[in-house]
Design a protein around this ligand. Structure first.
Ligand SMILES: Nc1ncnc2c1ncn2[C@@H]1O[C@H](COP(=O)(O)OP(=O)(O)O)[C@@H](O)[C@H]1O
Ligand SMILES: [Mg+2]
Length: 241
């Protein structure tokens, strides 16, 4: 069974056709890099998968569960990192993460343990008890990631997790995603930073104007387009659509 399956997915925002019949299959245990220029439809796709945006037509499933009509059940398997969101500035990460854990139906004891474990893994421990407003952007991203991991989901959907981070922060986030997939879980993340994709992805999908125009392993795509790196692949395929 695929972790995620998307078929003929379309989304119209009034007169904007954001998705024009997207087809994607993401196998379990993979890191899948979802690449495309601004406005290509990446955020829309991820939001449809978590039920924040309603699809115009098409199908999407998560571990075989219909994500469009049985979203509550499908979302139990998913950890989602939005492109940006507000966190309670006056609370500490520990309090915020506890709150998110309670919303997922976890027990207080499970939440405490999980917060300690994840924080150790992603480097949040030293900031767990500071006020969020005093925490740097890179460390705020770690809180966002911890929030997505709290209920130990099978599938991660991360929307531009490395954008705006310094090289150390970016590497930490990439490592976290790779390690998660190495445990047999599945990671789908959007980005326009192709060097990040090259580092950790098993499969790359390039979305352009609401359609998947290229897919394969980084190596396959480089060979196919006789390109030295994915940037060169991207320029070739995105220009010609
Ligand atoms: N709420 C919205 N209302 C109208 N148009 C939108 C809305 N959200 C996104 N769009 C449009 O849909 C297209 C895809 O956007 P998006 O999914 O955010 O792309 P990406 O994440 O790849 O940058 C863009 O043309 C964008 O302007
Ligand atoms: Mg986006």
């Amino acid at each position: 069974m695929a972790a995620i399956e998307i078929k003929a997915l379309e989304k119209d925002y009034k007169d904007v056709k954001a998705l024009k019949g997207l087809d994607m299959v993401i196998e379990e245990g993979q890191v899948y890099g979802f690449c495309g220029p601004n406005g290509a439809g990446k955020t829309t796709t991820l939001k449809i998968l978590v039920g924040l945006v309603r699809a115009t037509s098409g199908e999407a499933s998560i571990r075989g569960i219909d994500a469009l009509n049985d979203g509550v059940e499908a979302r139990k398997h998913v950890g989602y990192l939005p492109e940006s969101y507000g966190m309670p500035r006056w609370d500490t990460p520990r309090k915020f993460l506890t709150y998110i854990g309670i919303l997922s139906g976890m027990s207080k004891a499970d939440i405490s343990k999980r917060i300690e474990d994840i924080s150790g893994e992603i480097g949040l421990t030293d900031n767990l008890d500071r006020k969020i407003k005093a925490i740097s952007k890179g460390n705020k991203q770690r809180i966002g990631i911890a929030q997505a991991l709290i209920h130990d989901p099978e599938i991660l959907l991360f929307d531009e997790p490395t954008t705006g981070l310094d090289p150390i922060g970016r590497n930490d986030v990439l490592d976290t995603m790779r390690e998660y997939a190495n445990k047999g879980k599945t990671v789908l993340f959007s980005t326009h930073i192709l060097s990040d994709v090259e580092k950790i992805c098993d499969t790359v999908g390039i979305i352009h104007e609401g359609l998947l125009i290229e897919e394969g392993s980084p190596e396959e795509l480089r060979k196919k387009h006789e390109a030295k790196d994915l940037d060169a692949v991207f320029l070739k395929v995105a220009r010609h659509g």
